[in-house]
Write a protein that binds this ligand. Structure first.
Ligand code: DLL
Length: 433
Protein backbone atom coordinates (compact mmCIF):
# COMPACT_ATOMS: atom_id res chain seq x y z
CA UNK A 1 0.00 0.00 0.00
CA UNK A 2 1.38 3.40 -0.98
CA UNK A 3 1.33 6.13 1.60
CA UNK A 4 3.63 8.91 2.53
CA UNK A 5 4.53 7.31 5.82
CA UNK A 6 7.18 9.83 6.76
CA UNK A 7 4.56 12.60 6.68
CA UNK A 8 1.40 10.78 7.64
CA UNK A 9 2.78 9.13 10.74
CA UNK A 10 4.98 11.98 12.01
CA UNK A 11 4.82 12.77 15.70
CA UNK A 12 2.57 15.84 16.13
CA UNK A 13 5.46 18.15 16.83
CA UNK A 14 7.17 17.31 13.56
CA UNK A 15 4.00 17.82 11.58
CA UNK A 16 3.22 21.07 13.35
CA UNK A 17 6.61 22.51 12.57
CA UNK A 18 6.04 21.77 8.86
CA UNK A 19 2.61 23.36 9.11
CA UNK A 20 3.96 26.50 10.77
CA UNK A 21 6.69 27.01 8.21
CA UNK A 22 4.20 26.61 5.39
CA UNK A 23 1.67 28.90 7.07
CA UNK A 24 4.25 31.66 7.49
CA UNK A 25 5.24 31.35 3.83
CA UNK A 26 1.62 31.48 2.77
CA UNK A 27 0.76 34.56 4.81
CA UNK A 28 3.77 36.41 3.50
CA UNK A 29 2.87 35.52 -0.05
CA UNK A 30 -0.80 36.53 0.05
CA UNK A 31 0.05 39.72 1.94
CA UNK A 32 2.45 40.65 -0.80
CA UNK A 33 0.35 39.60 -3.79
CA UNK A 34 -3.39 39.73 -3.10
CA UNK A 35 -4.88 43.13 -2.30
CA UNK A 36 -8.13 41.87 -0.71
CA UNK A 37 -6.12 39.71 1.75
CA UNK A 38 -3.70 42.51 2.55
CA UNK A 39 -6.54 44.94 3.15
CA UNK A 40 -8.24 42.56 5.56
CA UNK A 41 -5.01 41.94 7.43
CA UNK A 42 -4.26 45.63 7.63
CA UNK A 43 -7.78 46.26 8.95
CA UNK A 44 -7.19 43.58 11.60
CA UNK A 45 -3.80 45.09 12.46
CA UNK A 46 -1.90 41.93 11.49
CA UNK A 47 1.44 41.71 9.71
CA UNK A 48 2.93 38.48 8.33
CA UNK A 49 5.66 38.53 11.02
CA UNK A 50 2.95 38.30 13.71
CA UNK A 51 2.47 34.63 12.85
CA UNK A 52 5.00 33.06 15.21
CA UNK A 53 3.18 29.89 16.20
CA UNK A 54 0.29 27.83 14.90
CA UNK A 55 -1.77 29.34 17.66
CA UNK A 56 -1.41 32.72 15.91
CA UNK A 57 -3.57 31.35 13.12
CA UNK A 58 -6.54 32.65 15.08
CA UNK A 59 -5.30 36.23 14.57
CA UNK A 60 -5.91 35.96 10.84
CA UNK A 61 -9.20 37.12 9.32
CA UNK A 62 -11.61 34.51 7.98
CA UNK A 63 -12.39 34.12 4.29
CA UNK A 64 -15.99 33.46 3.30
CA UNK A 65 -17.95 32.55 0.21
CA UNK A 66 -18.91 36.24 -0.01
CA UNK A 67 -15.25 37.18 -0.39
CA UNK A 68 -15.09 34.76 -3.30
CA UNK A 69 -18.21 36.26 -4.85
CA UNK A 70 -16.94 39.82 -4.38
CA UNK A 71 -13.77 38.91 -6.24
CA UNK A 72 -15.49 36.83 -8.93
CA UNK A 73 -14.11 35.27 -11.02
CA UNK A 74 -10.33 35.46 -10.56
CA UNK A 75 -9.74 38.28 -8.05
CA UNK A 76 -8.27 36.08 -5.32
CA UNK A 77 -5.78 34.30 -7.55
CA UNK A 78 -2.23 34.96 -6.42
CA UNK A 79 -0.51 34.27 -9.73
CA UNK A 80 -0.91 35.74 -13.21
CA UNK A 81 -3.49 33.91 -15.34
CA UNK A 82 -0.72 32.60 -17.62
CA UNK A 83 0.35 30.37 -14.75
CA UNK A 84 -3.13 28.99 -14.21
CA UNK A 85 -3.55 25.80 -16.20
CA UNK A 86 -7.03 24.80 -15.10
CA UNK A 87 -10.16 26.27 -13.56
CA UNK A 88 -13.12 24.54 -11.95
CA UNK A 89 -16.33 25.99 -10.61
CA UNK A 90 -19.03 24.90 -8.25
CA UNK A 91 -22.52 25.95 -9.11
CA UNK A 92 -23.82 26.62 -5.64
CA UNK A 93 -27.50 27.11 -5.08
CA UNK A 94 -27.57 30.89 -5.24
CA UNK A 95 -25.81 33.55 -7.23
CA UNK A 96 -22.55 33.33 -9.07
CA UNK A 97 -20.52 30.15 -9.19
CA UNK A 98 -17.37 29.86 -7.14
CA UNK A 99 -14.38 29.76 -9.47
CA UNK A 100 -11.13 28.11 -8.47
CA UNK A 101 -7.81 27.94 -10.31
CA UNK A 102 -4.76 25.68 -10.31
CA UNK A 103 -1.16 26.07 -11.38
CA UNK A 104 0.75 23.08 -12.67
CA UNK A 105 2.09 22.48 -9.16
CA UNK A 106 -1.44 22.69 -7.77
CA UNK A 107 -2.60 20.01 -10.19
CA UNK A 108 0.33 17.82 -9.10
CA UNK A 109 -0.47 18.49 -5.46
CA UNK A 110 -4.10 17.57 -6.04
CA UNK A 111 -3.13 14.30 -7.75
CA UNK A 112 -0.81 13.57 -4.84
CA UNK A 113 -3.34 14.19 -2.05
CA UNK A 114 -6.01 12.33 -3.97
CA UNK A 115 -3.73 9.33 -4.50
CA UNK A 116 -2.92 9.33 -0.78
CA UNK A 117 -6.66 9.25 -0.11
CA UNK A 118 -7.15 6.33 -2.45
CA UNK A 119 -4.31 4.50 -0.73
CA UNK A 120 -6.13 4.94 2.59
CA UNK A 121 -8.94 2.83 1.13
CA UNK A 122 -6.46 0.17 0.09
CA UNK A 123 -6.46 1.06 -3.60
CA UNK A 124 -3.27 -0.06 -5.36
CA UNK A 125 -1.77 -0.19 -8.85
CA UNK A 126 -3.60 -3.41 -9.55
CA UNK A 127 -7.03 -1.84 -9.21
CA UNK A 128 -9.54 -1.02 -11.95
CA UNK A 129 -11.16 2.18 -10.75
CA UNK A 130 -14.63 3.07 -11.99
CA UNK A 131 -14.78 6.84 -11.66
CA UNK A 132 -18.43 7.84 -11.77
CA UNK A 133 -17.95 11.34 -10.36
CA UNK A 134 -19.03 13.88 -12.95
CA UNK A 135 -16.32 15.20 -15.28
CA UNK A 136 -16.49 18.89 -16.04
CA UNK A 137 -16.50 22.02 -13.95
CA UNK A 138 -17.31 19.90 -10.88
CA UNK A 139 -14.05 18.88 -9.22
CA UNK A 140 -15.11 15.29 -8.53
CA UNK A 141 -14.40 13.64 -11.88
CA UNK A 142 -11.09 15.18 -12.93
CA UNK A 143 -9.81 15.51 -9.36
CA UNK A 144 -10.23 11.82 -8.71
CA UNK A 145 -9.01 10.95 -12.22
CA UNK A 146 -5.53 12.38 -11.80
CA UNK A 147 -5.20 10.86 -8.36
CA UNK A 148 -6.02 7.41 -9.71
CA UNK A 149 -3.44 7.81 -12.46
CA UNK A 150 -0.83 9.15 -10.04
CA UNK A 151 -1.33 6.04 -7.92
CA UNK A 152 -0.79 3.89 -10.99
CA UNK A 153 -4.19 2.21 -10.88
CA UNK A 154 -6.32 2.01 -14.03
CA UNK A 155 -8.99 4.66 -14.33
CA UNK A 156 -12.26 4.13 -16.17
CA UNK A 157 -13.38 7.74 -16.78
CA UNK A 158 -17.03 6.87 -17.02
CA UNK A 159 -18.43 10.05 -15.35
CA UNK A 160 -22.06 10.15 -14.16
CA UNK A 161 -25.15 9.00 -16.05
CA UNK A 162 -26.35 6.13 -18.20
CA UNK A 163 -26.44 3.77 -15.26
CA UNK A 164 -27.29 0.62 -17.19
CA UNK A 165 -24.24 1.07 -19.38
CA UNK A 166 -22.17 1.67 -16.25
CA UNK A 167 -23.26 -1.67 -14.86
CA UNK A 168 -22.22 -3.47 -18.03
CA UNK A 169 -18.85 -1.73 -17.97
CA UNK A 170 -18.37 -2.57 -14.31
CA UNK A 171 -19.03 -6.22 -15.01
CA UNK A 172 -17.11 -6.50 -18.29
CA UNK A 173 -14.05 -4.45 -17.24
CA UNK A 174 -13.93 -6.02 -13.79
CA UNK A 175 -14.07 -2.74 -11.86
CA UNK A 176 -12.73 -3.27 -8.34
CA UNK A 177 -13.23 0.23 -6.94
CA UNK A 178 -16.23 2.51 -7.40
CA UNK A 179 -16.00 6.27 -7.01
CA UNK A 180 -19.34 8.09 -6.93
CA UNK A 181 -21.63 10.11 -4.74
CA UNK A 182 -23.39 7.83 -2.25
CA UNK A 183 -26.74 8.58 -3.85
CA UNK A 184 -25.44 7.64 -7.27
CA UNK A 185 -24.05 4.40 -5.84
CA UNK A 186 -27.62 3.52 -4.90
CA UNK A 187 -28.77 4.35 -8.43
CA UNK A 188 -26.18 1.95 -9.73
CA UNK A 189 -27.49 -0.67 -7.32
CA UNK A 190 -30.97 -0.18 -8.82
CA UNK A 191 -29.50 -0.42 -12.30
CA UNK A 192 -27.87 -3.75 -11.41
CA UNK A 193 -31.30 -5.15 -10.73
CA UNK A 194 -32.67 -3.65 -13.97
CA UNK A 195 -29.94 -5.16 -16.09
CA UNK A 196 -30.19 -8.42 -14.20
CA UNK A 197 -26.59 -8.44 -13.03
CA UNK A 198 -25.91 -9.82 -9.59
CA UNK A 199 -23.14 -8.53 -7.33
CA UNK A 200 -21.52 -11.98 -7.63
CA UNK A 201 -20.71 -11.16 -11.24
CA UNK A 202 -18.82 -8.03 -10.18
CA UNK A 203 -15.33 -7.69 -8.74
CA UNK A 204 -16.19 -4.54 -6.79
CA UNK A 205 -14.45 -4.42 -3.42
CA UNK A 206 -14.63 -0.88 -2.17
CA UNK A 207 -16.66 2.26 -2.82
CA UNK A 208 -15.28 5.75 -2.18
CA UNK A 209 -18.21 8.06 -1.69
CA UNK A 210 -18.50 11.73 -0.91
CA UNK A 211 -19.51 15.17 -2.19
CA UNK A 212 -22.74 15.06 -0.17
CA UNK A 213 -23.74 14.13 3.36
CA UNK A 214 -24.72 10.52 3.98
CA UNK A 215 -25.68 8.74 7.16
CA UNK A 216 -24.21 5.56 8.64
CA UNK A 217 -27.44 3.79 7.73
CA UNK A 218 -27.03 4.89 4.15
CA UNK A 219 -23.51 3.45 4.25
CA UNK A 220 -24.91 0.08 5.32
CA UNK A 221 -27.43 0.24 2.51
CA UNK A 222 -24.73 0.93 -0.10
CA UNK A 223 -22.53 -1.83 1.33
CA UNK A 224 -25.34 -4.36 1.35
CA UNK A 225 -26.72 -3.54 -2.09
CA UNK A 226 -23.36 -3.47 -3.86
CA UNK A 227 -21.55 -6.02 -1.72
CA UNK A 228 -18.66 -3.65 -0.97
CA UNK A 229 -16.97 -1.78 1.82
CA UNK A 230 -18.04 1.87 1.50
CA UNK A 231 -15.79 4.67 2.76
CA UNK A 232 -16.20 8.40 3.02
CA UNK A 233 -14.17 11.04 1.19
CA UNK A 234 -14.46 14.75 1.81
CA UNK A 235 -13.40 17.82 -0.08
CA UNK A 236 -14.57 21.07 -1.53
CA UNK A 237 -13.65 22.98 -4.66
CA UNK A 238 -12.42 26.01 -2.77
CA UNK A 239 -9.85 23.99 -0.84
CA UNK A 240 -8.80 21.79 -3.80
CA UNK A 241 -11.69 19.41 -4.61
CA UNK A 242 -11.86 15.79 -3.46
CA UNK A 243 -8.76 14.85 -1.48
CA UNK A 244 -9.00 16.99 1.65
CA UNK A 245 -9.90 14.15 4.02
CA UNK A 246 -10.50 10.44 3.75
CA UNK A 247 -11.55 7.52 5.87
CA UNK A 248 -9.00 4.73 6.12
CA UNK A 249 -9.96 1.09 6.40
CA UNK A 250 -9.09 1.03 10.11
CA UNK A 251 -10.90 4.15 11.22
CA UNK A 252 -13.54 3.58 13.85
CA UNK A 253 -14.70 7.11 13.25
CA UNK A 254 -13.94 9.96 10.94
CA UNK A 255 -11.67 10.84 8.05
CA UNK A 256 -7.96 11.65 8.17
CA UNK A 257 -7.30 15.21 7.08
CA UNK A 258 -4.29 15.71 4.82
CA UNK A 259 -3.01 18.19 7.34
CA UNK A 260 0.38 18.75 5.80
CA UNK A 261 -1.51 20.67 3.10
CA UNK A 262 -4.84 21.63 4.64
CA UNK A 263 -4.81 23.08 8.13
CA UNK A 264 -8.14 22.47 9.86
CA UNK A 265 -9.98 24.29 12.65
CA UNK A 266 -13.48 23.96 14.02
CA UNK A 267 -15.06 27.20 15.17
CA UNK A 268 -18.29 28.19 16.82
CA UNK A 269 -20.33 29.51 13.85
CA UNK A 270 -21.82 32.28 16.00
CA UNK A 271 -18.84 33.58 17.97
CA UNK A 272 -16.20 32.34 15.50
CA UNK A 273 -14.05 31.24 18.44
CA UNK A 274 -11.97 28.10 17.78
CA UNK A 275 -13.41 25.04 19.54
CA UNK A 276 -11.44 22.23 21.18
CA UNK A 277 -11.17 18.75 19.67
CA UNK A 278 -14.39 16.78 20.04
CA UNK A 279 -16.75 19.75 19.87
CA UNK A 280 -19.04 20.24 16.91
CA UNK A 281 -18.83 23.45 14.94
CA UNK A 282 -18.02 24.90 11.53
CA UNK A 283 -15.01 23.49 9.73
CA UNK A 284 -12.45 26.05 8.63
CA UNK A 285 -9.48 25.30 6.40
CA UNK A 286 -6.28 27.09 5.48
CA UNK A 287 -4.51 25.77 2.39
CA UNK A 288 -0.82 25.59 3.23
CA UNK A 289 0.72 24.82 -0.13
CA UNK A 290 -1.65 25.78 -2.91
CA UNK A 291 -0.31 28.37 -5.35
CA UNK A 292 -2.97 29.87 -7.62
CA UNK A 293 -5.82 30.07 -5.18
CA UNK A 294 -4.74 29.72 -1.57
CA UNK A 295 -7.30 30.33 1.14
CA UNK A 296 -6.79 31.53 4.66
CA UNK A 297 -9.26 30.38 7.30
CA UNK A 298 -11.96 29.55 4.78
CA UNK A 299 -15.34 29.00 6.42
CA UNK A 300 -16.75 25.88 4.80
CA UNK A 301 -20.20 26.00 6.46
CA UNK A 302 -19.81 22.25 7.01
CA UNK A 303 -20.46 21.00 10.51
CA UNK A 304 -18.07 18.46 11.96
CA UNK A 305 -15.73 17.70 14.88
CA UNK A 306 -12.01 16.98 15.01
CA UNK A 307 -10.39 14.02 16.79
CA UNK A 308 -6.75 13.66 17.64
CA UNK A 309 -6.80 10.09 19.00
CA UNK A 310 -4.36 7.77 17.24
CA UNK A 311 -5.77 5.54 14.54
CA UNK A 312 -5.22 1.81 14.05
CA UNK A 313 -3.67 2.45 10.63
CA UNK A 314 -0.67 4.23 12.15
CA UNK A 315 -1.44 7.64 10.72
CA UNK A 316 -1.11 10.54 13.13
CA UNK A 317 -3.16 12.86 10.92
CA UNK A 318 -6.15 14.09 12.89
CA UNK A 319 -9.57 12.99 11.86
CA UNK A 320 -12.78 14.84 11.14
CA UNK A 321 -16.19 13.42 11.97
CA UNK A 322 -18.52 12.54 9.11
CA UNK A 323 -20.03 15.86 8.04
CA UNK A 324 -23.29 16.27 9.91
CA UNK A 325 -24.72 18.91 7.61
CA UNK A 326 -24.10 22.48 6.62
CA UNK A 327 -24.93 25.60 8.56
CA UNK A 328 -26.92 26.73 5.53
CA UNK A 329 -28.67 23.35 5.16
CA UNK A 330 -30.21 23.61 8.53
CA UNK A 331 -33.95 23.95 8.40
CA UNK A 332 -35.67 25.75 11.19
CA UNK A 333 -39.09 24.22 11.46
CA UNK A 334 -41.24 25.99 13.99
CA UNK A 335 -38.17 26.88 15.99
CA UNK A 336 -36.54 23.45 15.88
CA UNK A 337 -33.25 23.04 14.07
CA UNK A 338 -33.41 20.13 11.67
CA UNK A 339 -30.66 18.79 9.47
CA UNK A 340 -31.62 16.64 6.48
CA UNK A 341 -29.03 14.10 7.64
CA UNK A 342 -30.97 13.59 10.88
CA UNK A 343 -34.13 12.86 8.93
CA UNK A 344 -32.15 10.41 6.82
CA UNK A 345 -30.87 8.71 9.94
CA UNK A 346 -34.41 8.20 11.22
CA UNK A 347 -35.74 6.96 7.88
CA UNK A 348 -32.96 4.50 7.26
CA UNK A 349 -33.64 2.86 10.60
CA UNK A 350 -37.15 1.83 9.53
CA UNK A 351 -37.76 -1.41 7.73
CA UNK A 352 -39.40 -1.21 4.31
CA UNK A 353 -38.18 2.32 3.69
CA UNK A 354 -35.92 2.79 0.68
CA UNK A 355 -32.90 5.14 0.83
CA UNK A 356 -34.59 7.68 -1.45
CA UNK A 357 -36.34 10.58 0.16
CA UNK A 358 -36.97 14.26 -0.15
CA UNK A 359 -37.89 16.85 2.42
CA UNK A 360 -40.38 19.48 1.37
CA UNK A 361 -40.72 22.66 3.35
CA UNK A 362 -43.78 24.85 2.92
CA UNK A 363 -45.15 27.88 4.62
CA UNK A 364 -48.81 27.87 5.54
CA UNK A 365 -49.70 31.33 6.82
CA UNK A 366 -46.86 32.02 9.20
CA UNK A 367 -46.23 28.37 9.99
CA UNK A 368 -43.51 26.30 8.39
CA UNK A 369 -44.44 22.73 7.67
CA UNK A 370 -42.18 19.85 6.80
CA UNK A 371 -43.26 16.94 4.65
CA UNK A 372 -41.13 13.91 4.09
CA UNK A 373 -41.55 12.03 0.84
CA UNK A 374 -40.23 8.52 1.17
CA UNK A 375 -40.01 5.67 -1.25
CA UNK A 376 -41.10 2.33 0.13
CA UNK A 377 -40.28 -1.12 -1.12
CA UNK A 378 -42.42 -2.72 -3.83
CA UNK A 379 -43.89 -5.21 -1.35
CA UNK A 380 -45.02 -2.56 1.04
CA UNK A 381 -46.34 -0.29 -1.68
CA UNK A 382 -48.62 -2.99 -3.02
CA UNK A 383 -49.72 -3.98 0.47
CA UNK A 384 -52.98 -3.02 2.10
CA UNK A 385 -53.68 0.60 2.87
CA UNK A 386 -53.63 -0.30 6.56
CA UNK A 387 -49.97 -1.32 6.31
CA UNK A 388 -49.08 1.91 4.54
CA UNK A 389 -50.88 3.97 7.14
CA UNK A 390 -49.10 2.13 9.90
CA UNK A 391 -45.73 2.84 8.30
CA UNK A 392 -46.57 6.51 7.82
CA UNK A 393 -47.51 6.80 11.46
CA UNK A 394 -44.33 5.06 12.53
CA UNK A 395 -42.17 7.44 10.49
CA UNK A 396 -44.02 10.42 11.85
CA UNK A 397 -43.64 9.19 15.43
CA UNK A 398 -39.93 8.39 15.01
CA UNK A 399 -39.20 11.80 13.48
CA UNK A 400 -41.11 13.46 16.30
CA UNK A 401 -39.26 11.38 18.91
CA UNK A 402 -35.78 11.99 17.56
CA UNK A 403 -36.07 15.52 16.20
CA UNK A 404 -39.00 17.00 18.09
CA UNK A 405 -40.81 18.07 14.93
CA UNK A 406 -44.14 16.89 13.60
CA UNK A 407 -43.95 16.21 9.88
CA UNK A 408 -46.31 15.02 7.23
CA UNK A 409 -45.31 11.77 5.60
CA UNK A 410 -46.01 10.84 2.00
CA UNK A 411 -45.13 7.30 1.05
CA UNK A 412 -44.41 7.09 -2.63
CA UNK A 413 -43.86 4.35 -5.16
CA UNK A 414 -40.42 2.87 -5.65
CA UNK A 415 -38.36 4.99 -8.08
CA UNK A 416 -40.71 7.95 -8.10
CA UNK A 417 -38.31 10.43 -6.50
CA UNK A 418 -36.04 12.00 -9.10
CA UNK A 419 -32.57 10.41 -9.18
CA UNK A 420 -29.48 12.48 -9.59
CA UNK A 421 -26.27 11.56 -11.34
CA UNK A 422 -24.26 13.59 -8.88
CA UNK A 423 -25.36 15.20 -5.66
CA UNK A 424 -28.89 14.32 -4.59
CA UNK A 425 -31.35 17.12 -3.94
CA UNK A 426 -32.69 16.27 -0.51
CA UNK A 427 -34.58 19.45 0.31
CA UNK A 428 -37.21 21.26 -1.70
CA UNK A 429 -37.90 24.56 -0.01
CA UNK A 430 -41.12 26.07 -1.30
CA UNK A 431 -41.10 28.96 1.17
CA UNK A 432 -40.59 32.15 -0.74
CA UNK A 433 -38.19 33.68 1.76
O1 DLL B 1 -18.07 17.99 -3.67
C1 DLL B 1 -15.69 17.80 -3.94
C2 DLL B 1 -15.78 16.32 -3.81
C3 DLL B 1 -15.93 15.54 -4.96
C4 DLL B 1 -15.69 15.71 -2.58
C5 DLL B 1 -15.98 14.17 -4.86
C6 DLL B 1 -15.74 14.33 -2.46
C7 DLL B 1 -15.87 13.56 -3.61
P1 DLL B 1 -18.01 20.95 -4.07
O2 DLL B 1 -18.89 20.66 -5.21
O3 DLL B 1 -17.34 22.26 -4.00
O4 DLL B 1 -16.84 19.89 -3.98
O5 DLL B 1 -18.89 20.73 -2.76
C8 DLL B 1 -18.30 20.80 -1.49
O6 DLL B 1 -19.87 19.21 -0.60
O7 DLL B 1 -18.58 21.81 1.46
C9 DLL B 1 -19.74 19.66 1.70
O8 DLL B 1 -20.88 20.43 2.05
C10 DLL B 1 -20.14 18.63 0.67
N1 DLL B 1 -19.32 17.42 0.84
C11 DLL B 1 -18.21 17.05 0.18
N2 DLL B 1 -17.78 15.84 0.61
C12 DLL B 1 -18.63 15.46 1.60
C13 DLL B 1 -18.74 14.32 2.44
C14 DLL B 1 -17.00 18.52 -3.84
N3 DLL B 1 -17.89 13.31 2.39
C15 DLL B 1 -19.33 20.52 -0.44
N4 DLL B 1 -19.75 14.30 3.35
C16 DLL B 1 -18.73 20.51 0.95
C17 DLL B 1 -20.63 15.32 3.43
C18 DLL B 1 -19.61 16.47 1.75
N5 DLL B 1 -20.60 16.40 2.65
Amino acid sequence: MIWVEEVESLPRQGLESIQLKRLQGLVERVYATVAPYREKMVAAGIKPEDIRSLDDLKLLPFTTKDDLRDNYPFGLFTVPLEEVIRVHASSGTTGKPTVVGYTENDIDLWASVMSRCLAMAGVTRGDMVHNAYGYGLFTGGLGAHYGIEALGATVIPVSGGNSKRQVTIMRDFGSTVLLSTPSYALNLADALADVGVSTDELKLRVGIHGAEPWSENMREEVERKLGIKAVDIYGLSEIIGPGVAMECLHSDRGMHILEDHFLPEVVDPETLEPLPYGEAGELVFTTLTKEAFPLIRYRTKDISKLYAEPCGCGRTLIRMEKVMGRTDDMLIIRGVNVFPSQVEHVLMGIEGVEPHYQIEVNREGTMDTMSVLVEVSEDIFSDEIRVLEGLSKQIQADVKDMLGVTCKVKLVEPRSIARSEGKAQRVVDNRKI
